[in-house]
Ligand binder design. Structure first.
Ligand code: GLP
Length: 260
């Protein structure tokens, strides 16, 4: 695990963008795993800047997003499909048919049947198959939840899990409530790549900033590998990079920090 601590969020994002740009210049048909949330916003701005100012070409890139809320249509301004269009895709020359985001709408399936309904389980299997058909994910971008979740793999998720439906924890719903007008509007379920799916990416870049992430960062990097902190599984990955600002790194022991 390479841990890089930068002075502030903007530099963190520049470092992450540079890593992706280097990989993309070497492999124009890169398969990129994408994340949502406030953390990668600066990274997406930087990638857009590279596209506009340096002509960085995304036309051969394939993308797979980590997760999506269940029950929000792609037109809902808090759906992750909307987020990706708004913050990245509409600003770069990516081909729409190369974009993959888990589906969040499944018609009239009862909420209690989501985990077992064949329409949903078939979709999850299809999503995994699409990743495999694309040749696997070259680089997966990750944020981290304040409780140590990655994508929507909440604490207690199987470390070998695949794409499936997860029930969101109260903490995650409270953390994400800031994007909705009321707590009741925050979805209770999501469809998410599993930890096993994420671990198959050839390289991982996890970004975290701010004091709200310091516990999750410390527990993931210095704690034992445990399903109770899903991001701790990155300790088992052969090529994971963790890029932090000072606040997110503030609880780490000094000897674990590699200054980049
Ligand atoms: C969300 C997403 C995660 C994200 C995390 C942190 O719920 N499912 O992919 O990494 O929570 O979000 P933020 O970056 O807004 O702190």
């Amino acid at each position: 695990m390479l841990v890089i601590v930068e002075n502030d969020y903007d530099i963190m994002c520049q470092v992450a963008a540079k890593m992706i740009v280097d990989r993309l210049r070497k492999k124009p048909n890169l398969v990129l795993g994408l994340a949502t949330g406030s953390t990668p916003l600066g990274l997406y701005k930087e990638l857009i800047r590279y596209h506009r100012e340096e002509g960085l070409d995304f036309s051969k890139v394939t993308t797979f997003n980590l997760d999506e809320y269940i029950g929000l249509p792609p037109t809902h301004n808090q759906s992750y499909a909307y987020f990706m269009q708004d913050h990245l895709f509409r600003h770069i020359n990516i081909s729409p048919e190369k974009i993959h985001i888990p589906q969040g709408m499944f018609g009239n399936i009862s909420i209690t049947a989501f985990e077992t309904d064949p329409v949903v389980t078939d979709f999850c299997r299809w999503y995994e198959q699409e990743i495999a058909t694309a040749g696997g994910i070259d680089i997966q971008i990750l944020g981290i939840g304040g409780n140590g979740h990655i994508a929507f793999n909440e604490p207690g998720s199987s470390l070998g899990s695949r794409t499936r439906v997860k029930t969101l924890t109260k903490k995650t719903r409270i953390d994400n409530a800031r994007f909705f007008s009321s707590m009741e509007e925050v979805p209770k379920y999501a469809i998410t790549m599993g930890i096993g799916t994420i671990m198959e990416a050839r390289e991982i870049i996890l970004l975290a900033n701010g004091p709200g992430k310091s516990w999750a960062v410390k527990t993931s990097i210095e704690g034992p590998v445990t399903a109770m902190c899903p991001a701790s599984m990155l300790q088992m990955h052969r090529k994971s990079n963790v890029i932090l600002d000072q606040a997110a790194a503030s609880e780490l022991s000094a000897e674990f920090i590699a200054y980049g």
